[in-house]
Design a protein around this ligand. Structure first.
Ligand SMILES: NC(=[NH2+])NCCC[C@H](N)C(=O)O
Length: 411
């Protein structure tokens, strides 16, 4: 069986990518809910969409198929039984049951599938529904002032995180924060019901496993090595679970996981905010994580009788050389390592590059120091606009979920 997902590196020429065009949800963030929504500001949707369209057009002009996940969701909801099941699960996960769920479903019936999907992303305002027998949960909300019965999904344009393609399959992720949990429910339904994927992929982890993991932490370095951040969003237990699955499932060819401990904070919530692979032997890295060569890195390998062997390392460059079989590597520091430019450009995702081919990346235009450095190191850099998109704390890699990349040459 040819898999509908083939991603065996971070850098192989990108052929197909899953994305989400920002909708009303990004303007449904308000100061009271911003923190809980994992935003630091409120983007202006009109400009954010222009910036996003510029990004997707650039990808298309480089031969990449851009697939919008919201379109796939619309496709599968055409079937009444899938629509009914999705709505019930969605509502149940938001604690609406019995007559309350029925009341909301009745409202959904009045919407076209397109508007239903927009509402799922944008959120459902309280005044739209008159509950016949409201429960306390239905009327009280989660904040003192809570205008939404179903919260918006402003982070949905960071399509990298709710799932992660890896080899011929993906992990469908148990997200850390409530604000992002519904996003991976959408992935689950799309993967289960869309003819493009149904029965044509391996699911390495599903979102019902009890350990947290997010795609920004999952980097496929080559067809047998994966790097995973131990971060605010990805727990050590989930890395071990994934290791068992990848090492024991005959459909997986991965035999090495590099678990990289990074600081647990909002600016660096995922490994890809501080580290990305941009060529066979070139990487961008935020110097703040290197800890003077005293990092906490563990290499996981399959042991005897389905056990896992751990080997501790402290140097990122040495570990990369070891697992990739390279004699030299080029680590380019965000903001060229300058004590002001580095943290500023890291904050605006200067380390978060999307490679569209080996040595060719897409990145935010505002990170001028990192861009100059990459160009000096021979990288082809395509700049995209970033005034509004960057306010959500994610860059070109975060906004894109590769589903097909061409294989890379073997070392
Ligand atoms: N892969 C990434 N770095 N994604 C960035 C996600 C940003 C988003 N606001 C969050 O906190 O979840």
């Amino acid at each position: 069986m040819k898999s509908a997902i083939e991603v065996n590196s971070e850098i192989g020429r990108l052929k197909s990518v899953l994305m989400h065009r920002p909708g009303k949800e990004i303007e449904n963030v308000i100061p009271d809910t911003m923190k809980q929504m994992l935003f630091d500001d409120i983007p202006f949707q009109k400009i954010a969409d222009k910036e996003h369209d510029y990004f997707t057009n650039l990808l298309r002009n480089h031969g990449v198929e851009v697939v919008y996940i919201e379109d796939l969701l619309e496709d599968i909801l055409q079937k009444d039984d899938v629509r009914d099941d999705f709505e019930s699960t969605y509502l149940n996960e938001h604690y609406y049951q019995g007559s309350s769920a029925e009341d909301i479903k009745q409202y959904f019936e009045t919407l076209s599938i397109h508007d239903l999907v927009s509402t799922i992303y944008a959120g459902l305002r309280r005044e739209k529904i008159h509950f016949t027998h409201p429960s306390l949960h239905d009327v009280a909300g989660t904040n003192a002032f809570d205008p939404f019965l179903l919260d918006p999904l402003p982070n949905a344009y960071f399509t990298r995180d709710p799932q992660a393609s890896m080899g011929s399959g993906l992990t469908i992720n148990h997200m850390t924060f409530e604000a992002r949990r519904p996003e991976s429910l959408i992935t689950e339904y799309v993967m289960k019901y869309h003819p493009r994927f149904a029965g044509k992929i391996n699911v390495w982890l599903d979102r019902y496993n009890d350990a947290r993991i997010e795609g920004g932490d999952e980097l496929v370095l080559n067809d047998h090595v994966v790097a995973i951040g131990c971060s605010q969003r990805t727990s050590t237990r989930s890395i071990e679970k994934l290791a068992h699955k990848l090492f024991e499932d005959p459909n997986s060819h991965f035999d090495t996981i590099v678990a990289v401990q990074i600081p647990h904070n909002h600016a660096m919530m995922h490994l890809d905010t501080v580290f990305t692979m941009v060529n066979y032997d070139q990487f961008t890295v935020y110097p703040g994580i290197m800890n003077g060569g005293k990092m906490n890195i563990n290499i996981l390998h399959p042991g005897k009788d389905n056990t896992i062997n751990l080997e501790h390392r402290t140097s990122l460059p040495d570990t990369l050389k070891e697992v990739l079989g390279l004699s030299e590597i080029d680590l380019m520091e965000t903001g060229n390592g300058d004590p002001v430019a580095a943290p500023r450009e890291q904050w605006n995702d200067g380390s978060n590059n999307l490679a569209i081919a080996p040595g060719e990346v897409v990145t935010y235009d505002r990170n001028t120091v990192t861009i100059d450095l990459m160009r000096k190191h021979g990288i082809t850099v395509h700049e995209i606009y970033s005034s509004e998109l960057s306010r959500g704390r994610g860059g070109a890699r975060c906004m894109s979920q590769p589903i097909i990349r061409e294989p890379i040459e073997k070392n």
